[in-house]
Design a protein around this ligand. Structure first.
Ligand code: PLP
Length: 364
């Protein structure tokens, strides 16, 4: 079976096998990682190794802190404005789809006015705004965007610059939930990067936050303690009991990326091949279509529709019977969606495109 779920998504088989082997007895310690004290030597070693491996994979500069926190990426929609609005100003946003919109709504709900610096609403979220279309407010405190819109299948093909009209720079904040670790990244361009774990990192609930250290002291005084980047950083992400088992699994995924895959440049090449193959199958057919502008097509989430939607049910049922799971599009957009995160092997895309061609021949 191949799992094309958008999240929680497939994990590498090698990681699941290793977790299975270590489940009851972690390396002869006589207990499961799940049962360990988070302050004990063994778990602290697991936690530190995970951070070190993530730092190595993404070449995270020394002036960035890495936090392993909880509450899903959605909790960061609230934690971010609390952490960054201490000196006033308004959050600025790029609105490119459903997740960007949720981040905007939460900031608005908590702190009132926000500024949308550019939006792709007018083109139906089929192309991201270009740099010259982005206009920050004079009082911008930071600029938030969503690198990859998981539902729409829309991805930035560049890292935006975040400058107020007077030319001064503000921190760039990015939701990378569905694209982190899919390839190399210049972390130094960002103030804050955050990602829910359940796509390219590990189990749902865990969130990785990468924050530049000058942003640890910009928080509002009324911020809930557990939101605080400074407090989390000083406590090694252990202000309260962290999601220990998820953290451990994330560490296994980082180790797999380093060892089995050979790093993010190698992962990038694999992801390019997977996406190219699926988009070629879509573009080369009369039955399937994807609406996104070429330069902004997501490598991670590939939505597509059937020219005759009355075939949707049969497509999904036959795909499932062929071992191709979770291809149903998001409930808000319908159609199909194949998510091609890191753990989805090239063979899965081969099986999917073969199935699609066969289905079209028989039913198209
Ligand atoms: N941001 C993006 C881009 C997502 O794809 C998701 C989806 O799961 C979220 C945020 C929300 O994550 P969570 O469900 O962990 O809060």
């Amino acid at each position: 079976h191949y799992n094309f779920c958008a999240g929680p998504a497939a994990l590498p088989t090698a990681v699941l096998e290793r977790a299975r082997d270590e489940l009851l007895d972690y390396r002869g310690r006589g207990l499961s990682v799940m049962e360990m004290s988070h302050r004990g030597e063994d778990f602290v070693a697991i936690a530190e190794q995970a951070e070190a491996d993530l730092r190595e994979l993404l070449a995270i500069p020394d002036n960035y802190r890495v936090l392993f926190t909880q509450g899903g990426a959605s909790l960061q929609f609230a934690a971010l404005p609390y952490n960054l609005l201490g000196a006033g100003g308004r959050p600025n946003f790029l609105h490119t789809g459903i997740w960007g919109k949720k981040a905007i709504s939460e900031a608005r709900h908590l702190f009132g006015d926000v500024h949308v610096a550019a939006s792709s609403e007018e083109n139906g979220h089929s192309a991201v705004p270009r740099q010259e279309e982005i206009v920050l407010s004079d009082d911008a405190a930071y600029l938030h965007y969503t690198a990859n819109e998981t539902i729409g299948g829309l991805a930035f093909d560049y890292i935006p610059e975040a400058r107020r009209p007077d030319g001064s720079e503000v921190p760039l904040v990015c939701d990378m939930s569905s694209s982190i670790l899919s390839g190399p990244l210049d972390v130094s361009k960002f103030g804050v990067i955050y990602a829910g774990a359940q796509k390219n990192i590990g189990p749902a609930g865990l969130v990785v936050v990468i924050v530049r250290d000058d942003l640890l002291d910009q928080a509002r005084s009324d911020m809930p303690t557990l939101f605080g980047y400074r407090a989390l950083s000083e406590a090694g992400s252990m202000v309260n009991t962290p999601a220990t088992y998820s953290w451990y699994l994330a560490g296994l995924v980082f180790d797999w990326l380093k060892g089995d895959i050979g790093g993010l440049a190698a992962m990038d090449a694999i992801n390019c091949r997977k996406a190219a193959r699926l988009y070629a199958a879509i573009d080369g057919s009369d039955l399937y279509a994807n609406p996104i502008t070429l330069r902004n097509r997501s490598r991670m989430n590939v939505p597509f529709v059937l020219a005759d939607p009355s075939l949707d049910k049969a497509f999904l049922a036959e795909a499932e019977a062929a071992g191709l799971l979770n291809l149903k599009g998001h409930r808000s957009v319908g159609g199909m969606r194949a998510s091609l995160y890191n753990a989805v092997p090239e063979a899965a895309v081969e099986a999917l495109t073969t199935f699609m061609a066969d289905f079209e021949k028989r039913r198209g």
